[in-house]
Design a protein around this ligand. Structure first.
Ligand code: URA
Length: 213
């Protein structure tokens, strides 16, 4: 999707490997073990995109041949996982950014109101940091919005939101309350159903990851 300065950003990662793996995850009969493996592989690929514009500095190093100037990250981003399904993305993210520190925020969806209720929060210092908030499913946007409120309260310099699937309703809701937070996703699906599930979606991401029902 083209981006104009000042507009909320949405990045759809249409890489063929990401799309192929996502299709396997959507299949109802993909078992948890395989689902987890695919999610790790996909989140690793998505992390390349969400970190594409992280600032670099130069440092002096010595190769086996010469001393030279070479680029390195100014600092590692902090990753914040929205429990519990966000943890399904962590393995892949941390394979690519092993130096990242990790925060967790526990939010559950009240099944009647669909509102997010916080039950746990533990962050490293976010002051002045770039924070990548991860949750596989951007559905109503309520959990994501609540998590971003919580993250913003700790004073980060920048925040990016990474998910696997997004509903148009969730994107609109998140852009409405957090227009400064760009979103990366592998797919924008059709809609939410009457109980807040993404359609066509992949079902309950937490259940698919952890083998619960
Ligand atoms: N959370 C999920 O795990 N799946 C959905 O479809 C919506 C929210």
């Amino acid at each position: 999707m083209p981006y104009s300065a000042g507009m909320p950003e949405l990045h759809v990662v249409d890489h063929p490997l990401v799309q192929h793996k996502l299709t396997q995850m959507r299949r109802f009969d993909t078992p948890s073990e395989r689902f987890r493996q695919l999610l790790t592989e996909t989140s690793l690929l998505l992390t390349y995109e969400v970190t594409r514009e992280l600032p670099l500095t130069t440092t002096t190093i010595t190769t086996p041949l010469v001393e030279t100037e070479a680029p390195e990250l100014v600092e590692h981003p902090v990753v914040v996982s929205i429990l519990r399904a966000g943890n399904g993305l962590l393995d892949g993210v941390l394979q690519v950014i092993p130096g990242a520190r990790v925060g967790h925020v526990g939010l559950y969806r009240d099944h009647e109101t669909l509102q997010a209720v916080e039950y746990y929060c533990k962050f490293p210092s976010l002051e002045g940091q770039t924070v990548i908030v991860v949750d596989p499913m951007l559905a109503t946007g309520n959990s994501a919005a609540a998590a971003l409120d919580r993250v913003k309260a700790d004073g980060p310099a920048a925040i990016r939101f990474l998910c696997l699937l997004a509903a148009p309703e969730g994107i609109a809701a998140l852009h409405e309350v957090h227009p400064d937070v760009p979103i990366w996703t592998a797919s924008v699906d059709e809609c939410l159903n009457e109980v807040g599930y993404i359609v066509p979606g992949l079902g309950d991401a937490g259940d698919r990851i952890f083998g619960t029902t």
